[in-house]
Design a protein around this ligand. Structure first.
Ligand SMILES: C[S@@+](CC[C@H](N)C(=O)[O-])C[C@H]1O[C@@H](n2cnc3c(N)ncnc32)[C@H](O)[C@@H]1O
Length: 178
């Protein structure tokens, strides 16, 4: 069966460029980051995981004592680690391997711009199971995606949903509690 997932080599080529999507200079991306931080539930998180963190656009600005960012692309992680003056640990790894990568559980899991067909194919149900295994009881899951491309609805209690314009689309931010 032919996979509709973007080949890793293409992602690696893409991430050879610093900030390939131009997040740092796009007002929509600066806004989505501010929006995410302002909508995070007020809680002192102890252990945060950012899945598909790219080059750390969101991850590096999180003000939490223990943060790990993972991305499937080695090049993305190389950029993220360059001049990294934060306490964030960046590791190469796929969302499909999170239960093998981590023995600890997280009280906040972030997934922004990753749960698209291009990256996860038709594996939404598997993703729900994997996230469930690494999220603490009563832990929060925050997802942000282009609404028009969104393919996941997690089977947790949804605390919040916010939709706002993003580039040529709309973004949907969702906050779940396990
Ligand atoms: C659109 S970018 C979003 C980056 C970052 N989360 C943000 O919001 O700024 C999607 C990222 O997901 C990563 N990715 C794609 N498939 C993945 C997978 N299976 N596991 C982990 N990361 C993946 C890509 O390399 C890319 O960095």
């Amino acid at each position: 069966m032919k996979s509709n997932i973007q080949p890793l080599e293409e992602l690696e080529t893409w991430h050879r460029t610093k900030d390939p999507w131009g997040y740092n200079s796009n007002e929509h991306d600066l806004f989505r980051r501010e929006m995410l931080f302002s909508e995070l539930p007020e809680r002192e998180y102890k252990n945060v995981l950012d899945i598909g963190c790219g080059q750390g656009f969101i991850t590096k600005q999180l003000n939490v004592s223990s943060v790990t960012g993972i991305d499937i692309s080695q090049e993305a992680i190389r950029h993220a680690n360059k001049n990294n003056e934060t306490n964030v640990i960046f590791l190469q790894g796929s969302i499909f391997d999170i239960t093998k990568m981590f023995k600890v559980k997280f009280d906040l899991v972030l997934i922004t711009g990753v749960l698209y067909q291009q990256y996860i194919g038709d594996s939404s149900n598997l993703i729900y199971l994997l996230i469930d295994q690494i999220l603490e009881e009563r832990g929060h899951l925050v997802t942000v995606h282009i609404n028009e491309w969104n393919i996941c609805q997690f089977p947790f209690l949804k605390l919040k949903e916010v939709i706002y314009p993003y580039r040529d689309y709309n973004h949907k931010l969702e906050v779940y509690v396990k």
